[in-house]
Design a protein around this ligand. Structure first.
Ligand code: AMP
Length: 588
């Protein structure tokens, strides 16, 4: 398949934000795609070469790409950089540069999707001292044969700056239309995606086996299942209203969610955001095979740091010590954990997703043996508000965040947030009554004690409508020296030369980041703001919402995607809620 077909399609998609049009372009693209490369097209559309959980990264830096453009065009890197500064997009800059070049060269050879994909794969696999040179050679050889438009999209894919705004749901709509004639069948595709987390595989299945293949799609060990999420309730009273007369209450442990895949002695761990996190938990990998009485299983657990002497649960933050590149063995002994199992999704060749909660819990208790390291999450069946309160107290006293409430007769809903599971947290008390999860988009260098680190961070909420991150506040309180060090380390991998186009902020910052890291803050109130962009124009024209006196709570939410951060809709609800309280008080 000619790469130009994909490039032209991407070009059309980039010029629209209308979902219907996007879907139509995707359908046309799929109809022009041979069956055997549909998965590759789907990965490339998402700017990837394999599903995220495989952790294959292209790792091409802007500098290297600039050198490659220079090599294949004969134009100096300085000139390319100038062009880049003007247009703000290296792909676009390459188009302009190569347009100048093609006037002087002969016919170019057609490049194919297959060749591009294979080359990208080779680039991703390169390691070692000569890898940069080799990467540059591969890129410039592709650029040599690419038209300016193709070069632009090649570079966007390589640099990870392809921003089409096509959500997975839109891709699934288009797949359903292209291969089964109607969008109505998307539900079946969603199920397949939720149990495999691999949109390429879903596309390949519907293209080769049709809807029947999708309906028979099964869980595959070592492909993570998209996790079920919980809605939030504010009080014991509300939980009774929503859950009915009898339900399960479990401790909500303050650790990291791990999906544990086991096949005999082989164990792989996935995070809530489907990243392979096996390397941080060699102790889980080692201890699980003995603890599980089944050959093949997929389990869900919360890994929690503990005080080895008292056995007490420690806050989530302690786990971050394990997020280091070297000497992980030392961190494992210094920061011990327990793994606390709460669900079983698959066992010995059979999916348990459709089984009710109680059935799954019974199976879990049967096949997972408890010891000092392996535990079942404490659970009880509750029937009244008093019992919920009681269990909540116990949970808080043993260092947990609150309770997870689960309907006993309901299945596991992979990949969805619903009201079969509710979370009841004892919130960090603050005037706003709620904490917010916000994305770190920029930073300002620290002074005095904070020299050499970031003293203040610029934070954003998530705007679902435009898929952007809107600035909402600067935060400089709540940071201990240890947090400052950790944040500096984590954020140093995310620094960008220019502000990412998905960031919507008028503030200046010393450094900009890829919008990826989520942290938790509390604040005294939400106010109208002429500078910040959160919920801009919603409450008042040319005015956004901002947090007043924000404070970092100490929670770095590495397990969350930026898109899981608090949304502008949530911010608006909180804003309206506080106004209502003020109004009610004034009436008293
Ligand atoms: P939140 O991150 O506040 O939306 O809460 C959901 C998270 O709570 C899950 O992703 C788990 O990591 C964690 N969690 C702790 N205890 C449990 C439990 N008993 N059942 C399910 N999730 C739990």
């Amino acid at each position: 398949m000619k790469f130009s077909i994909l490039a032209e399609s991407l070009n059309k998609m980039e010029s629209t934000t209308k979902r219907l049009e996007l879907t139509q372009y995707l359908v046309e693209l799929f109809e022009n795609t041979p069956q055997d490369i549909i998965s590759r097209i789907v990965y490339l559309l998402q700017g990837k070469i394999r599903p995220d959980f495989e952790g294959i990264e292209l790792g091409v830096a802007e500098k290297l790409a600039i050198k490659a453009i220079s090599k294949s065009s004969g134009i100096t890197t300085k000139k390319i950089e100038e062009e880049y500064r003007k247009s703000g997009d290296l792909g676009q800059a390459a188009t302009i540069i190569l347009e100048q070049k093609t006037q002087t060269t002969f016919l170019v050879e057609n490049i194919t999707v297959e060749r591009v994909y294979e080359t990208l794969f080779k680039i991703a696999r390169l390691e070692g001292s000569r890898s940069q040179d080799m990467k540059m050679k591969y890129i410039s050889s592709l650029l040599n044969d690419a038209t300016p438009l193709e070069a632009s999209y090649l570079l966007k894919i390589l640099l990870g700056t392809l921003r089409l705004g096509v959500a997975e749901n839109t891709v699934m709509d288009a797949l359903a239309i292209a291969y089964s004639g109607t969008k109505e069948n998307r539900k079946a595709l969603e199920h397949a995606y939720n149990v495999s987390s691999d949109l390429g595989k879903v596309a390949e299945t519907i293209a080769s086996k049709g809807l029947k293949g999708i309906e028979q799609f099964e869980i595959v060990l070592f492909n993570p299942i998209r996790p079920m999420l919980a809605d939030r309730v504010k009080s014991e009273e509300e939980s009774i209203e929503k859950m009915g007369i009898e339900f399960a209450a479990e401790y909500k442990l303050d650790g990291e969610r791990v999906q544990v895949h086991v096949d005999g002695k082989k164990v792989v761990l996935f995070s809530r955001s489907l990243e392979n996190i096996s390397k941080y938990y060699p102790d889980i990998i080692e201890n699980i095979p003995q603890a599980v009485e089944a050959d093949q299983v997929i389990l869900e657990a919360e890994a929690v740091a503990i005080n080895e002497n008292s056995g007490e649960f420690l806050p989530f933050q302690e786990l971050m010590h394990r997020r280091r590149k070297y000497k992980i063995e030392k961190a494992v002994t210094q920061y011990p954990i327990t793994v606390n199992f709460f669900d079983v999704l698959y066992c010995n060749g059979k999916s348990y997703l459709d089984k009710d909660y109680i059935g799954r819990r019974r199976l879990l208790e049967k096949i997972v043996k408890e010891d000092n390291f392996v535990k079942h999450v404490p659970m009880t069946i509750v029937k009244s508000q008093n019992e919920v309160e009681d269990f909540l107290e116990n949970s808080i006293n043993s260092g947990c965040e609150g309770l997870m409430l689960k309907m006993t007769d309901k299945p596991y809903q992979a990949g969805s947030r619903g009201n079969y599971w509710l979370k009841l947290k004892r919130e960090y008390r603050n005037e706003l009554g709620d904490s917010l999860d916000l994305v770190v988009i920029g930073a300002y260098f620290g002074k005095g004690r904070r020299t050499g680190r970031y003293g203040t961070l610029l934070l954003a909420s998530y705007d679902e409508d435009t898929d952007t991150f809107t600035s909402i506040c600067k935060v400089g309180t709540g940071f201990t020296d240890e947090y400052l060090d950790q944040l500096y380390q984590i954020l140093s991998d995310k620094v960008t030369i220019k502000k990412n186009p998905r960031i919507n902020s008028e503030m200046e910052a010393n450094v900009w980041f890829e919008p990826e890291l989520v942290i938790e803050v509390v604040a005294s109130e939400i106010t109208l703001s002429p500078i910040h962009k959160a919920a801009r124009d919603v409450m008042r024209k040319d005015t956004g919402l901002a947090l007043r006196f924000p404070k970092f709570t100490g929670k770095i939410r590495v397990e969350k995607f930026a898109e899981d951060a608090s949304t502008n809709e949530e911010v608006i609800t909180l804003y309206k809620g506080q106004k209502k309280i003020a109004h009610d008080k004034s009436l008293m």
